[in-house]
Design a protein around this ligand. Structure first.
Ligand code: AMX
Length: 433
């Protein structure tokens, strides 16, 4: 058994009594009240889910296992010559809450490498799709068609409920390990005339992805940074919640993650990074190469708002400050590409947009989210096909949501089934005050 799996087993057995106590002693303790506004308004802010993988503070942003983004990057081990920790080190950290040594991260890398071979039929399924199929549809399809490989689906009836997590763990590791090759295949099939670059088993997750994309250094570090930043944002966002919801029916990791990807493909969620870039490029085209002044940016923002559109990359359902995932990418750009014209334009928009959105007066959060920066970095390193950007988000998101569903099975969380009511009922409660 790997060190990761045996440590995870230990952590799970230490954690189980805590869940048992919550259910046994404190089950009836009231945590939250629910208003009509929340019932009609997308369950916003209702405290109704539990996860220990990450927590999103509205002011401070995300913490992974208690560490904010700079602390996470500083704490996790980095291989020689790398600016960012490996995805493998981060996977170990998300699953166990412990910072691995470089050797432990390397063991995860070897384990994932052994699992990484993508079945041939996946490529055949992808090649058979019409040329204009969206890359997110291809990614979700690739994940879904591997469902026949699921160890959980095949064997969960043969084991005790307390062992379900082990089968889920096997599926999640297999699935995660295959994603870089599947994503890079989709990219090169669609945008590089099918000129596929084979995987290398000696490289870590980020470096292997960069290699298969055909993009030189420092894109390996861009990939590591990007996947870690996009991994998890607690449990209520659409992709995490959809994955958890589907898994709660004892559906396996393939069914569950494919569902999460379908949610990520929505323009109000993951697809926003594609939309941001289209919006900025359109804006740049109308202005030419020169950096516009603040008045011109303000005018363009108002044009979008007056047309009844949202400013993509701004606003958030939970956050009420600049997203630290935005800041982390901005800092990367300051170090590696300070003079990039698109980066300078994004900075200019950042100076103006929060004030415009505040004057517009609708959004509860006028500050940028992660998506308003991610496309700029990708564009700079030559990845200019922006309908691919949500695939990158999806590969990163897998790390968080798959860690979550392993723990869901370990703690035997039941099938999710909130109660719905009718409009008549709400009106009656409304009238009664
Ligand atoms: N531009 C213009 N209007 C905005 C806005 C923006 N960026 N963000 C929110 N609003 C509007 C909403 O459309 C809503 O208007 P309505 O009352 O007419 O329907 C009003 O402000 C109140 O919305 P909110 O409570 O502040 O936000 P929300 O929780 O309902 O939605 C989000 C959050 C992210 C969907 C929204 O801010 C948005 O559409 N942003 C642009 C798209 C985007 O960047 N999405 C990516 C989010 C991060 C991610 O998941 N990857």
């Amino acid at each position: 058994m790997t060190i990761l799996k045996s440590l995870l087993e230990q952590k799970i057995s230490e954690h189980r009594p805590r869940t048992a106590r919550l259910l046994g002693e404190w089950s009836e303790v009231v945590v939250d009240a629910v208003t009509i506004g929340q019932i009609v308004g997308g369950a916003r802010d209702i405290h109704a889910l539990v996860t220990d993988i990450s927590y999103l503070d509205p002011q401070e942003g995300i913490r992974f296992r208690g560490k904010n983004i700079p602390e996470t990057f500083a704490a996790l081990p980095k291989a020689a010559g790398c600016e960012y920790p490996s995805v493998e080190a981060f996977w170990f950290f998300l699953l166990t809450g412990e910072v691995p040594s470089l050797a432990q991260a390397r063991e995860v890398q070897d384990d994932l490498s052994r699992r990484a071979a993508v079945p041939r039929y996946v490529f055949e399924v992808l090649r058979a799709q019409p040329e204009d199929t969206h890359p997110m549809t291809l990614l979700s399809m690739a994940v879904l068609c591997m469902q026949r490989e699921s160890a959980f689906a095949a064997r969960h009836r043969e084991v005790r409920k307390t062992q379900y997590w082990e089968l889920m763990y096997e599926d999640c590791c297999d699935l995660l390990a295959r994603l870089p090759e599947i994503a890079a295949f989709i990219y090169r099939l669609k945008y590089r005339q099918g000129d596929i670059i084979g995987a290398r088993s000696d490289l870590d997750f980020g470096a292997n992805f960069a290699h298969m994309m055909g993009i030189p250094r420092p894109y390996d570090d861009v990939a590591r940074m990007y996947f870690i930043l996009h991994s998890d944002h607690e449990s209520g966002n659409v992709s995490a919640h959809a994955t958890h919801l589907v898994a709660s029916a004892l559906s396996d990791a393939y069914y569950s993650f494919s569902a999460g990807l379908n949610g990520l493909a929505g323009p109000l969620h993951g697809l926003a990074n594609q939309e941001v870039l289209s919006w900025i490029l359109h804006f740049q085209q109308t202005l030419g190469d020169t950096l516009p002044d603040e008045d011109r940016v303000r005018e363009a923002l108002w044009e979008t708002l007056s047309a009844g559109q949202v400013i993509p990359g701004y606003g958030h359902a939970v956050l009420r400050r600049t997203d630290p995932r935005y800041t982390a990418q901005m800092e990367f750009c300051q170090r590696h590409m300070p003079d990039d014209p698109l980066f300078r334009l994004v900075n200019m928009i950042y100076r103006v947009a929060p004030r415009v959105l505040s004057e517009h007066g609708k959004t509860k959060n006028p500050w940028p989210n992660v998506d308003s920066h991610s496309g700029v970095v990708q564009w700079h390193y030559g990845l200019r096909e922006h309908d691919f950007y949500t695939v990158l988000f999806g590969v990163g998101r897998a790390i968080g949501v798959l860690a979550n569903i392993i723990w869901d099975r370990a703690l035997a969380y039941p099938i999710e089934r909130p109660k719905s009511v009718t409009t008549d009922m709400l009106e009656a409660w409304g009238r009664a005050g």
